[in-house]
Design a protein around this ligand. Structure first.
Ligand code: F6P
Length: 344
């Protein structure tokens, strides 16, 4: 068999571990050819790939990023994209393609597989942890650990200065990183896209806390957090070349407003792409490895149109159709019953 693999969308720690597992199982155990496409779908449409064997994936398990490169954008951006992709499968004698991607890439993979009959299986990834159908995506745990380490460090400096630190983490549509890192780091307040906030309420929490003495307040903000309508003016976000909102301004609005309302000095820390870089945690390496092996099983089973997922600790398969245009939002019980108990 010829089995292709690509990584799509934003990178995340653990991608290389998936690639390594696919090569180990399909090529060195199964004797099949594995073609690694460069730069996501660009590599497919332009037939840019390299044949991957065990020597090519040696040592990549702990390495962040993706050895194949990644891009946003996909064949469905072109009117004849699906047809062109089909032709590449024919030209290269491709029996299957494993797409390792987040919501965007899996939606595209689902359209190509479920609507156009291409032999594609999916592997969910993203630090945002927001793919519907799976209990977790790899990369998330690593990002949470990085954010938690940062919060821990910010505690001491904030305390020394009796300051309010506003820490912005990734999470455009779902606040998983903010929620988990906020709980783990003992945040004063956590602001997530799913629960619009009132800046006056946040300021009251901060003020009350500092009244008790010299304190550090750490407000953890997901980049996609939104104020309740009419409570805070936020500038219109700019768009990137794919038409997605460029985040990174909400904390710049929140911090000065908290200062104004409380009288305490504030500082903004935007963790940005630091959360996506570097080596995956052990948990993410194990999950990536399990997903990679299961993706090869899905190819052998001809479970095209499916993706591998984690459910109650077990690796299963579900149709990629569940991802189409969907976002897996946070567990509101975790926000209300656990995180909010410690606000203030
Ligand atoms: O991959 C998801 C994500 O990490 C989001 O949380 C974030 O908004 C986005 O990627 C940033 O994308 P880019 O790398 O294109 O700036």
């Amino acid at each position: 068999m010829n089995i292709g693999v690509l990584t799509g969308g934003g990178d995340c720690p653990g991608l290389n571990a998936v690639i390594r597992a696919i090569v180990r199982k399909a090529q060195s155990v199964g004797g099949h050819r594995v073609l690694g496409f460069y730069d996501s779908w660009d590599g497919v449409l332009e037939k840019r790939y390299e044949e991957l064997d065990i020597s090519k994936v040696r040592g990549i398990l702990p390495k962040g990023g993706t050895i194949l490169g990644t891009r946003r954008g996909s064949p469905i951006d072109y009117p004849d994209g699906a047809q062109r992709t089909k032709q590449v499968f024919v030209d290269l004698g491709l029996d299957a393609l494993v797409v390792i991607g987040g919501n965007g890439s899996l939606t595209v993979a689902s359209m190509l597989a479920n609507d156009h009959g291409l032999p594609i299986v999916g592997v969910p990834k993203t630090i945002d942890n927001d793919v519907v159908g799976t209990d977790a995506t790899f990369g998330f745990q690593t990002a949470v650990q990085i954010a938690t380490d940062a919060i821990d460090r910010l505690h001491t400096t904030a305390e020394s200065h009796d300051r309010v630190m506003v820490i912005e983490v990734m999470g455009r549509d779902a606040g998983w990183i903010a929620l988990h890192a906020g709980i783990a780091g003992g945040a004063t307040a956590i602001l997530v896209p799913e629960v619009p906030f009132d800046i006056k309420e946040v300021a009251a929490i901060v003020a009350k806390r500092h009244e008790r003495g010299r304190y550090a307040s750490l407000v953890v903000v997901a980049e996609g957090a939104k104020p309740k309508p009419g409570t805070l003016e936020v500038p219109e976000p700019q768009l990137d070349k794919y038409g997605r909102e460029l985040h990174g301004s909400i904390s710049q609005v929140i911090a000065p407003e908290l200062s104004r309302l409380t009288g305490f000095e504030s500082r903004v820390v935007q963790l940005g792409h630091v959360q996506r870089g570097g080596t995956p945690t052990a948990y993410d390496r194990v999950l990536s490895t399990r997903f990679g092996l299961a993706a090869v099983d899905a190819v052998y089973a001809k479970a095209f149109g499916d993706m591998v997922v984690l459910r109650c600790g077990r690796i299963e398969r579900v149709s990629m159709q569940v991802t189409r245009g969907q976002t897996r939002t946070i567990d509101l019980d975790l926000f209300n019953d656990v995180a909010a108990t410690f606000f203030g």
